[in-house]
Ligand binder design. Structure first.
Ligand SMILES: Nc1ncnc2c1ncn2[C@@H]1O[C@H](COP(=O)(O)OP(=O)(O)O)[C@@H](O)[C@H]1O
Ligand SMILES: [Mg+2]
Length: 259
């Protein structure tokens, strides 16, 4: 169980990026966070990753308080961040030094096969397309078998076709060991395609606005009524989150904005 309790972050310049986020995420759940720019999504992931210290509140994983990067918590960024001087296989095996060489190679091969990149182990990162490189980055994060994987808009730089194929690869990898996935995205369709729960955040300060219920089965039927309905509910909540009053935006101003 990943537990966020009253998690808040105010940066030294006074910006209150995140206020009082409380959330329990059972092991293996996929949670998507959507919300306008500046509502603290990246800040929240950085706090969970231990890359930033909370001003108030805390992050616990199975009862252990996390304050620094932890081997059980992996991160995937928007850009793949592969090490250019290592081959694909070396990039993936980088964090597996505790394993024997044979075990490491077997795990890397198996993972590459699972994402359709069998035979790519000897390539250099510069020889990969953007979608392939991000697939390698996802494999690299998951091959270490983290309990929690944080993904900050990992597919936003890719075209729709590549993105859809990465969604399938991500779910395929997730099914093997069921890590908890926390996915930040601005793509509502992506959230509904991947997540068990979608949480809508609101800005100034960043906090939870709503959690529209999704009642969807896997694999997702993307042309079905339930899928469209889930998308519609999230969009409505997102719309509400941008209209909602905040300490810096009084109710009267919002009422005025209707006219
Ligand atoms: N290192 C920082 N120092 C000061 N303010 C920051 C810093 N990082 C982010 N912010 C501010 O905190 C708020 C939330 O940012 P961020 O977490 O990046 O939001 P999101 O990822 O949802 O767009 C924004 O107002 C942003 O300008
Ligand atoms: Mg961000």
């Amino acid at each position: 169980m990943l537990r966020l309790s009253g998690l808040s972050k105010t940066y030294p310049n006074g910006t209150q990026a995140l206020a009082d986020v409380t959330l329990d995420v059972p092991q293996g759940e996929i949670v998507a966070f959507v919300g306008g720019s500046g509502c603290g999504k990246t800040t929240m992931l950085r706090l969970i990753a231990g890359l930033e210290q909370a001003s108030k509140g805390r992050v616990e994983l199975d009862g252990e308080t996390l304050t620094a990067p932890h081997p059980a918590v992996g991160v995937i960024f928007q850009e793949p961040r592969l090490l250019p001087w290592l081959t694909v296989a070396q990039n993936i095996g980088f964090g597996l030094s505790a394993l024997s060489r044979a075990e490491r190679e077997a795990r890397v091969e198996e993972a590459l096969l699972r994402v359709g990149l069998a035979g790519y182990g000897g390539r250099w990162p510069r020889e990969l397309s953007g979608g392939q490189a991000q697939r390698v980055a996802i494999v690299r994060a998951l091959v270490a078998r983290p309990k929690v994987l944080l993904l900050d808009e990992p597919f936003s730089a890719l075209d729709a076709f590549t993105r859809a194929s990465l969604h399938e690869h991500l779910i395929g990898l997730w099914e093997a060991h069921k890590p908890t996935l926390l996915l930040v995205t601005h793509d509502v369709e992506e959230a509904v395609t991947l997540a068990d729960r979608v949480i809508v955040l609101q800005p100034k300060p960043g906090r939870i606005f709503a959690e529209p219920t999704l009642d969807l089965t896997r694999p997702r039927d993307k042309v079905g009524h339930d899928f469209a309905d889930a998308k519609r509910r999230i969009l409505a909540a997102l719309d509400g989150s941008l209209q909602a009053p905040s300490p810096t935006r009084p109710r009267e101003e919002i009422a005025g904005a209707w006219w």
